[in-house]
Design a protein around this ligand. Structure first.
Ligand code: AMP
Length: 248
């Protein structure tokens, strides 16, 4: 069974995003970019499934600019076998990404598609669900445990206040949550080896997908600046202050 793992190049999770002066978006000039953290978890899970024999081959795929090749090389260095870059400099909305992934999956024929639950740049949390709908496949979202057995996969899902376990018939779509695993670092020898692994470059048009945006970002704003705290001498002063503020 092949595993297809979509990975997105996003602003590094350690970087504090700066909003552009005109409020049209986040300033990405000279900003460190990395693989979306949930996608690292997806690659790691695919590798573990390959190590256990459930998956035979891992294909990583990214929709994005030429630089997304670096993200794919990271996936290859971690342990993916081959990669596909669907190159475009345009912003691609989740529905268009899902359509591209559907077309790529028609060629690759994966038994399992493992995505991140959300990309930390747009926070959409849509692509996996849309892909499942477009492909008419069962989905297990927000996975904290994935077990492949025969022709099905059991997914433990992180839901509000607990865990839900579902069994999906394969082929299926899984999206990863934070506690599924701890992704490995790529070792230097594996980074070198990854340079020789196959990486195909395609375009959205090759898959017959129109990526014209349907959504326009009207405004992006920084969160309000936190007010400085104040110190009080005792409980009486605290209560008096709270009363003044209309809190108590
Ligand atoms: P989103 O729906 O945008 O929050 O993204 C959810 C997941 O879909 C991500 O964690 C990736 O696995 C996948 N994904 C989204 N956008 C892309 C992209 N441009 N290229 C590859 N995978 C993507």
């Amino acid at each position: 069974m092949k595993g297809l793992v979509p990975v997105k190049r996003v602003i590094d999770y350690n970087v504090k995003p700066r909003v552009k002066a005109d409020g049209t978006g986040v300033d990405l000039a000279n900003v460190k970019m990395s693989m979306n953290p949930f996608d690292e978890i997806a690659v790691e899970e695919a590798i573990r499934l390959k190590e256990s024999g459930a998956v035979t081959e891992i294909i990583a795929i990214s929709v994005g600019p030429a630089k997304a090749q670096e993200t794919l090389r990271t996936a290859l260095a971690m342990g993916a076998d081959s990669a596909i870059l669907v190159e475009t400099d345009d912003e691609v909305e989740p529905l268009a990404v899902a359509k591209i992934l559907k077309a790529a999956a028609a060629e690759v024929q994966p038994g399992l598609i493992i995505l991140g639950k959300q990309a930390i740049d747009d926070d959409s949390n849509q692509t996996g669900q849309m892909l499942a709908a477009l492909m008419n496949l069962p989905q297990g979202t927000f996975a904290s445990k994935v077990v492949v057995e025969g022709d099905s996969v059991t997914v433990t899902r992180e839901v509000d206040g607990g865990l839900e376990t579902v069994k999906l018939s394969l082929p299926a779509i899984v999206t990863t949550d934070l506690r599924l695993n701890e992704p490995r670092y790529a070792s230097l020898p594996n980074i070198m080896k990854a340079k020789k692994k196959p990486l195909d470059v395609k375009t959205p048009a090759d898959y017959g997908v129109d990526i014209t945006p349907r959504i326009k970002t009207l405004k992006v704003a920084e969160p309000p600046v936190r007010q400085a705290g104040i110190k009080v001498a005792d409980v009486d002063e605290l209560v008096a202050k709270l009363k003044n503020m209309g809190v108590a």
